[in-house]
Design a protein around this ligand. Structure first.
Ligand SMILES: Nc1ncnc2c1ncn2[C@@H]1O[C@H](COP(=O)(O)OP(=O)(O)OP(=O)(O)O)[C@@H](O)[C@H]1O
Ligand SMILES: [Mg+2]
Length: 535
């Protein structure tokens, strides 16, 4: 059965309750008896006083009567009358006070006729004095010598009543004293018992509440210090026991969670180190690739350069052959020679283009602030003839200054604008729009961390023939063309160069188009390049 702290407290105080109740009853009883004793003593003194006053009033009446008899003056009758009235009043009061005491009532039954008798005699003597004279009254008084006996009898009855009252008082005082002694004893014993009982209750409560709470507090402190193996001993099945069990469960959970966390932390660390290793490998691969790329570029550059020489000779000798022996070659020979010269020329163009492409990275200039508006103006001047020929219209918006290679920016704009002018619908003059806007983007630096960068978005849009957007990627590859050379001149290198330039400046280039609905080329470039960003 679960024995809650509340139950324990109730049980402890219930044990103390009967003792307190006994002490309460005894105290009540003792106090009531002391109050009664005091009331009784008061009552006794009231009776005794009443009796004394009654006798005293009687004596007053006697004194008044004597005064009148001797002097015959009425003024002595006043104390007489007051005394008579006082006697009767006091007698009545004493009777009321002792109504529950048969002994005293009996005594009063004796006293009352005596007083009556005495008062009758006194009144009779006054009457004689008034009506007959002093002699006669004095004679009568001397005859009534028995009046003294009446007074003595009365006094002795009153004394007996007083003695009875005093005896009763003593009896009650004895009883009160013994009650007081019992109460005192009960109090002392009760107090000792209470102290012992409360001590026992306190001991048990401390054992079942305070001690386990302290243990719990120590365990919580240990957990706080990082010792997750700490557990508390649960000895009771009350709330504190429940608290201990919950604490142990919590510590267990915490320990498990921490160990899980440690494991996942370990795994995470391993993952991070693996990722770092992979990044390291990727970096070294990139470095190797860059080296081989550079080797390849060098090779392309050297090869193109070296190929130019024999090509030049082929063209030169072909030219001589044509001029000196052209007539002897015959029609077919001339045709062969002509085709050979054409192919050689084309090869020369291709080699030139390859050289141009390889120079984008091999012969790039350092980055400086470049005013794109000025660059666009120069390009338009260069393309003046082409613009006039096509009858096209150009609209150039505000262009900013960016950090870049000025020559390559010019190349970029030139290739894009010349394409826009070139790939026009037959008989329809092209309209080309060049505009730009700034935005913010997050770029990764060499360490792999991202940072906000101000970017430029440059668009070159035309109203020409356009192309199917599924070729959007292909057109940026070297020598890839979507249209026949006979329709639109070119080698298919312009956009490849553009992409290389843009990538060298940490930017991007994409195209949007639909056949017959014009094309839009979007270039993004950072306004400022991080140091050493370009090759
Ligand atoms: N504005 C455009 N409208 C439609 N097609 C385009 C446009 N620009 C490029 N193209 C397509 O992409 C191909 C590749 O363009 P790119 O500039 O690389 O080569 P090119 O202009 O044909 O030759 P080059 O630029 O070497 O003189 C073009 O041949 C053409 O088919
Ligand atoms: Mg082109």
């Amino acid at each position: 059965m679960k024995c809650s702290i509340r139950l324990k407290l109730i049980a402890g105080f219930s044990a103390a309750l009967p003792l307190m109740a006994i002490m309460g009853v005894v105290s009540f009883y003792s106090i009531s008896s002391l109050v009664d004793a005091s009331a009784n003593a008061d009552h006794t003194y009231q009776v005794i006083d009443g009796l004394e006053r009654m006798v005293s009033r009687l004596k007053d009446a006697e004194t008044g009567q004597r005064g009148f008899i001797i002097t015959g003056e009425d003024r002595y009758l006043e104390p007489f009358s007051t005394g008579i009235a006082g006697v009767e009043r006091e007698l009545r009061d004493v009777r009321v006070l002792t109504y529950d005491n048969p002994f005293q009532q009996k005594k009063l039954d004796i006293i009352e006729p005596l007083i009556q008798l005495r008062m009758e005699k006194l009144t009779e003597a006054i009457k004689l004095r008034r009506e007959v004279g002093l002699e006669s009254a004095l004679g009568k008084i001397s005859q009534w010598d028995s009046g003294k006996h009446v007074m003595d009898a009365l006094l002795s009855q009153a004394a007996a009543m007083e003695a009875e009252e005093r005896r009763l008082l003593e009896d009650r005082a004895d009883k009160t004293a013994s009650t007081g002694a019992t109460a005192k004893m009960t109090f002392v014993a009760g107090s000792y018992l209470s102290i012992i009982l409360f001590g026992i209750i306190a001991f048990f409560l401390s054992r079942s509440i305070s001690t386990p709470l302290s243990r719990l507090e120590a365990a919580v402190w240990d957990i706080g210090q990082g010792d997750l193996t700490t557990r508390v001993q649960v000895n009771s099945n009350d709330e504190i026991g429940g608290l201990g069990t919950s604490f142990n469960r919590m510590a267990e959970g915490l320990q498990q969670a921490v160990s899980t966390f440690e494991i996942s932390n370990l795994e995470l660390k391993q993952e991070v180190s693996e990722r770092r290793q992979a990044e390291e490998e990727a970096r070294s691969l990139a470095a190797t690739l860059e080296v081989s790329n550079r080797d390849l570029q060098d090779f392309a550059s050297v090869a193109s350069h070296d190929l130019q020489e024999p090509l030049r000779k082929i063209l030169a000798f072909g030219d001589r052959l044509n001029s000196r022996y052209g007539d002897t070659l015959g029609e077919q020979g001339k045709d062969y020679l002509h085709r050979m010269m054409d192919a050689s020329q084309r090869m020369r163009d291709l080699i030139d283009d390859l050289l141009t492409l390889s120079r984008v990275t091999s012969q790039g200039n350092p980055n400086v602030p470049v005013d794109l508006a000025a660059v666009a103006e120069q390009v338009l001047a260069d393309l003046e003839v082409a613009i006039e020929k096509s009858g096209g219209r150009l609209e150039v918006g505000d262009l900013p200054t960016i950090e870049a290679d000025p020559t390559q920016m010019r190349q970029l704009l030139q290739n894009l604008i010349s394409n826009a002018l070139k790939f026009q619908k037959p008989g329809e003059p092209p309209f080309v729009k060049i505009k730009s806007q700034l935005f913010e983007d997050y770029l990764e630096d060499d360490t792999g961390s991202a940072h906000a960068e101000k970017m430029l978005e440059l668009t070159v849009e035309d109203t020409g023939i356009g192309f199917d957007e599924s070729y959007g990627d292909r057109i940026f590859k070297v020598f890839q063309r979507l249209h026949g050379r006979n329709e639109y001149a070119g080698t298919g290198l312009g956009l490849a160069v553009c992409r290389k330039i843009v990538e060298r400046h940490n930017g991007t280039i994409t195209a949007k188009s639909k056949p017959d609905q014009g094309a839009k080329f979007i270039v993004t470039l950072p306004l400022r390049l991080p140091e050493g960003a370009t090759a």
